[in-house]
Design a protein. Structure first.
Lengths: 228, 228
DNA sequence: AGGAGACCATACATAGTGTATGGACATCAA
DNA sequence: TTGATGTCCATACACTATGTATGGTCTCCT
C-alpha cells in the first residue's frame, strides 16, 4: 500500500530537496490568489494550479481549504499583535500611541487585505475559523481592557461601564471598519478618513477627547502620510 | 410546450385557490428554518421540504436562494427604520432617544435574528445581497448624519471630523455588535451589556457623555441624565 | 539494490445549484 | 363540453465543488 498517511511533520533524518516546501507553496499561492479573489470564489483546484501541486498532495498537508486560510491568518495576525504594542505598553502619550496603533492596523490590513477579508467573510461559516478569529479578537480586547484598567483617566471616565465590553466594542468596530476599507466601501476606502474616524472612536470613548483631523495630522508621531 | 415562463405577477382575472401563496409559504418556511440554521447550511431542498413546494415552483418565483433572503431582509429592515425614528425626529432628549433606539434595534435583532445573521454572513458573497445591505446601512448612516448635523451640540463636539464617517462608523459598529449578540458571543450575549455599550459608544462620540449602567437602568424609560 | 516516503494523475462518491422536460389539474372563455 | 392558459409537481440533467481512494513514479537513504 502506498502513502500510508503518516504525519507530515518532521520525520526525516537527513536533508532533502523538497521536504515539505510544497506546504509553503500552497500557502503562498493561496495568499496571492486571495489578493484578487474572494475566498469562496477560490476552489482548491485553483490553488492546485497556481501552486503546481497535485490534489493528493494538497490534502496530504491540509485537511481543507479553511485550514490553509487559518494558517495564513495566524501569520498575518502575529504581526498585528505588535501594532497595538505602543499603546498597550503605555510607551507615550496615549492618544498619539492610539493613533499610531490604528495606523499600523491600517497598514497591516492593506498588506494582508486578501487574507483578512477572507477570514472576516468566512469565520461565520466554519467552526475552526470562527474559534480562531474570536480568539484573535479576544486577545486584542484583553490587551485593550488591561490597558484601560491601568489608566486612571480612562478608568474614571468609563465610570461603572463594563470595561471589557467597551474594549470589545472598539476592537470589533475596528474589525468592521478595516474590512469595509479593504472592501472599498465609502467613506472608509479613504485611509485618512478611516484612521481619523477609528482613532476618534477610541479617544472619545476612553478619554472624552475628540481629535480633529487637523490636530490629528499635526500630532502624528511618525510620518506615514497617505495619498495627497 | 409547457409552462411558458410568463411573469408570475398578477395575471389572473378571477379568484383562484392558491394564486401565489406558495411564494409566501417559501418565504415563511425559509424564515423559520433560518431560526435554527445558518444560511449556507440551508439548501433549497430543505426549504422545499419545509414549504411543501416543488423545486420547479421555487425557481418559478425566485431566481435563487439569495433572492428569498433578500426579500426577508427587506421586510425585517423596514421595521428597523422605525426603531431609529425617535432619535432621528428629535422627539425628546437625544440621549434617552438614542438609548431607546438602541433598545429597539436589539429587539428587532432578537425577533429577526435568523434573517439578519444570514444577511450579515452572506452579503460579502453575493452581489445582490451586498448592494441591499450596503444600501440599508447607508440609509441608517444618512439619517444619523442628518440628525447630527441638525444638533449644534453634537456638531460642535465633532469639530472638523467627517460627520458622515462618524455616523457610518457608529452604524456599522451596531451591525457588528448586534450580530455578535445574536451569535452568542460574549460579552454581548448579555443584552444589558450590549445596549449599555452601544449606547455609550454613540453618546460618548456625539455628546461626550458617558452613561453608566446604573444611570442607564434608572433612566431607561424616559429621563436619563448625561454623565458628569 | 531495494525500501520508504513524498509526490502525482486520475477517478470516484457525495452534495448542492439552477435548468429543462413533460405531465396533472383548475379556471375561464367559447 | 371543449380547449386554451396558467399554476404547479415530479423527475432528471448538466455543472461545479469537495474530500477520499487507488495506484503509480521518482528520489533519497541505508
Amino acid at each position: 500500500m502506498p502513502a500510508k498517511r503518516t504525519a507530515p511533520s518532521a520525520r526525516r533524518s537527513g536533508p532533502q530537496p523538497t521536504p515539505a516546501e510544497l506546504r509553503e507553496r500552497i500557502l503562498s499561492a493561496t495568499r496571492e490568489l486571495l489578493r484578487g479573489r474572494r475566498f469562496d470564489d477560490l476552489s482548491v483546484a485553483d490553488v492546485l494550479a497556481a501552486a503546481g501541486v497535485s490534489r493528493a498532495s494538497f490534502y496530504f498537508y491540509f485537511p481543507s481549504k479553511q485550514a490553509v486560510l487559518g494558517e495564513l491568518v495566524r501569520d498575518a495576525v502575529a504581526q498585528g499583535q505588535q501594532a497595538a504594542r505602543p499603546w498597550i505598553a503605555q510607551e507615550k502619550d496615549p492618544i498619539a500611541a492610539l493613533r499610531a496603533g490604528v495606523s499600523d492596523g491600517a497598514r497591516l490590513w492593506r498588506e494582508n487585505a486578501g487574507v483578512l477579508m477572507a477570514i472576516v467573510e468566512s469565520w461565520g461559516s466554519d467552526e475552526g475559523l470562527r474559534d480562531l478569529w474570536l480568539e484573535q479578537m479576544d486577545t486584542f480586547t484583553e490587551a485593550a481592557a488591561a490597558r484601560i484598567n491601568a489608566d486612571p483617566h480612562a478608568r474614571e471616565r468609563l465610570g461603572s461601564m463594563d470595561v471589557r465590553a467597551v474594549a470589545a466594542s472598539l476592537t470589533w468596530m475596528g474589525e468592521r471598519l478595516y474590512y469595509l476599507a479593504a472592501a472599498g466601501v465609502p467613506p472608509f476606502d479613504d485611509e485618512r478618513v478611516l484612521i481619523d474616524t477609528l482613532t476618534n472612536a477610541w479617544t472619545s470613548a476612553l478619554y472624552g477627547a475628540t481629535v480633529t483631523r487637523a490636530e490629528a495630522v499635526r500630532g502624528r508621531a511618525d510620518k506615514p502620510r497617505s495619498g495627497t
